[in-house]
Design a protein around this ligand. Sequence first.
Ligand code: GTP
Ligand code: MG
Ligand code: ZN
Length: 356
Amino acid sequence: MKSRFAYTSPMSKRKLTRQQAWRIEKIQTDRLDRASRHAETVDQLWADGALGEPLRGRIVARFGKQVEVVPCNLIGQPDGPAVRCHCRANLTGLVTGDQVIYQISGDLGIVTALEPRLNVLARPDNRGQLKAMAANVDQIVIVTALEPAPQPELLDRYLVATEVAGIPPLIVINKVDLLIQRSDGMRAVELLKTRYQSIGYAIVEASAKDAGGLESLAACLTDKSSVFIGQSGVGKSSLVQALLPDQTIRVGHLHQQTRLGRHTTSTARLYAYEGGGSIIDSPGIRDFGLDQISRQEVERGFVDLARFIGLCRFRDCRHHQEPGCAVQDAVRQGTLSKERLASFHRILSTLSEGNA
Ligand SMILES: Nc1nc2c(ncn2[C@@H]2O[C@H](COP(=O)(O)OP(=O)(O)OP(=O)(O)O)[C@@H](O)[C@H]2O)c(=O)[nH]1
Ligand SMILES: [Mg+2]
Ligand SMILES: [Zn+2]
């Protein structure tokens, strides 16, 4: 009998695909084998007391169950070569930026303890579950760009997340070199600046391409542990590369038609910042759902709106058309942006029922 595929795909192609599938599976099994051999060996060395002295370290990247750890000095700054480590069985959910105690022998290592976290930034995974993505950060650098076009509502979602996590944000508008080719670009930049600077957020304009604005950005990073977040393709990795010329960091082209990013960075990675401090480059996010947070948290996360909320006539005011609504009054008087209020309502409408 003829294969069902014979008309659509030549035999050789099918064979190749099978071979490829087999090869991919083999690579994965080999990798798992190596990882479990690594785990067994290092567990044995640990049990025999054959590993070096406990060291303080910081996780620079995570790959499945393994993490890459670098030694760090007393202020948590990375300071030495990285070692791939396996974690003790009781240590799960470690993330980039975590400070840990680890022991090594040559290039084998094991993480034995997690130091208390100062804070943790979580993001929703594909199924909407919040997952920690970075720990011990002093500043969240939200990167937007002229291309892909800025999405203020997405920016508002990030801002809510940073306010809820209690970590100060810095907004970067990247790719300002494109302003000369784009007549609408200046309007977009001005709009972001007026809306967010008036709330009190700091904004830096930059270009990873021609190094414009990098000095101002660099000055904001000194002695801090920062994490770069933002949509795929806005140039997070390009900025980190421009700031750290000695590193080799992968950047990806935008999709030719959609002009969206291609999710080039796949895992959050921490780099030592020569000026003092550290930078985490993270994978891009297309959407940033906030469905697991409460209405009160969203209210707190809109800092410009929060100051009016207790002033409404009705305690359960929803800030739509209710009489005596201080939030609507603020919009009418021009002390609150109507776009931010609209964005607030849209975010609330996406909360899961129990939270809204
Ligand atoms: N014109 C211009 N292009 C830039 C600039 N910065 C980055 N790009 C380009 O934007 C594209 C995406 O850059 P990346 O650095 O990979 O973006 P990313 O935010 O790290 O993307 P993900 O890793 O997918 O989240 C690349 O083609 C870069 O060359 C800039 O300042 N100006
Ligand atoms: Mg990247
Ligand atoms: Zn109200």
